[in-house]
Design a protein around this ligand. Structure first.
Ligand code: CAA
Length: 304
């Protein structure tokens, strides 16, 4: 199935059949026409496990699209995901990206059927799952819009994103212990930073699922959005659009300094933040942003 054979049920109702979600130049509102247009487009790579669209000119939406397996993260899916996100990251017209799954599952984890017969020599020699970390090296913000199951690698994937929005239906968890293993995509480490040691230990050792409300109360997700199919995706796209209206340089700098707090002591982090802050005074966007404030007008950032 090609990338743009969009399954309407995966896309918020209000965004369905809008030409902008598929392409800024799609000629028709009908699914058949959109599909025909996108299938015939040679400029876009063809994906089997994900859908890539532009709900706004400056926002790329990547939708995991392996519904029968609840978006289990098989290796080819992750390869496509890395490729699509890295392309969006390199595209100057893109300000932020959104990653989502279906209403039933953001992603139910790494593909257990793919993993079950693997041997130690194989996974070690071939650095199994190491390419998952590429998402954490994107320069631009990536917002996770999570509905349904986000388990194991699915929870880890959400944690790799810069911001997580959850629908009330979201169910998170690190159930690897039930499979005789432990998280391998960063869950144990990133969860500690997000929710603390005791909760992380409980979740990793029991495999218990936790709700969107718990994730929000613990500070793992920034908020739980309203009920309704596609609401969380709409909210994430609005947030991505808002971020895209800022200076890309300042946004990149903001992401870099916030992430640095994971790695540095407070003193190192404060020094790093100050240096990056100072550096922004060498940009046109700092001049424009402050001049616009003084002149009581909207800033027109040039990302330079
Ligand atoms: N890998 C491969 N296939 C999966 C999968 C996974 N992680 N999760 C679900 N599927 C498949 C099922 O095998 C099933 O396929 P078939 O129809 O071919 O049998 C299909 O998706 C639908 O799943 P269920 O019938 O199980 O759906 P359900 O609604 O009854 O249950 C669920 C949903 C609770 C999420 C259940 O599917 C489940 O427990 N999935 C596994 C969750 C899990 O253990 N994730 C961790 C994986 S390990 C990992 O991620 C390691 C790491 O750290 C990187």
């Amino acid at each position: 199935m090609a990338q743009f054979m969009a399954r309407p049920s995966l896309i918020p109702k209000s965004l369905r059949f809008s030409p902008s979600i598929y392409s800024r130049t799609a000629p028709s509102y009908s699914l058949r026409a959109v599909t025909r247009f996108m299938s015939s487009s040679t400029s876009q790579p063809s994906y089997e496990y994900i859908l890539v669209s532009r709900p706004e000119p400056s926002v790329v939406l990547v939708t995991l699209n392996r519904p029968k397996a609840l978006n289990a993260l098989c290796s080819p899916l992750f390869k496509e995901l890395n490729q699509a996100l890295e392309e969006a990251d390199q595209d100057d017209s893109v300000g932020a990206m959104v990653l989502t799954g279906s209403e039933k599952a953001f992603a139910a984890g790494a593909d257990i059927k793919e993993m079950k017969d693997k041997q130690y020599a194989d996974v070690y020699k071939n650095k199994f799952l190491e390419d998952w970390g590429r998402i954490a090296h994107l320069r631009k913000p990536l917002i996770a819009a999570v509905s349904g199951y986000a388990l194991g690698g699915g929870c880890e994937l959400a944690l790799m994103c810069d911001i997580i929005l959850a629908s009330p239906s979201a169910k998170f968890g690190q159930p690897e212990i039930n499979l005789g293993v432990i998280p391998g995509g960063g869950g144990s480490q990133r969860l500690i930073h997000a929710i603390g040691k005791s909760r992380t230990m409980e979740l990793v050792l029991t495999g218990r699922m936790f709700s969107a409300k718990e994730a929000s109360d613990w500070g793992m997700v920034s908020r739980v959005v309203g009920e309704g199919e596609g609401e969380v995706v709409k909210e994430a796209i609005n947030m991505a659009k808002e971020i895209s209206g800022k200076s890309q340089l300042a946004v990149q700098a903001g992401k870099e300094v916030v992430n640095a707090a994971y790695e540095m002591t407070l003193a190192e982090g404060l020094r790093f933040e100050r240096r990056i802050f100072h550096g922004l005074f060498a940009t046109n966007d700092q001049k424009e942003g402050m001049a616009a404030f003084a002149e009581k007008r909207k800033a027109n950032f040039t990302h330079s």
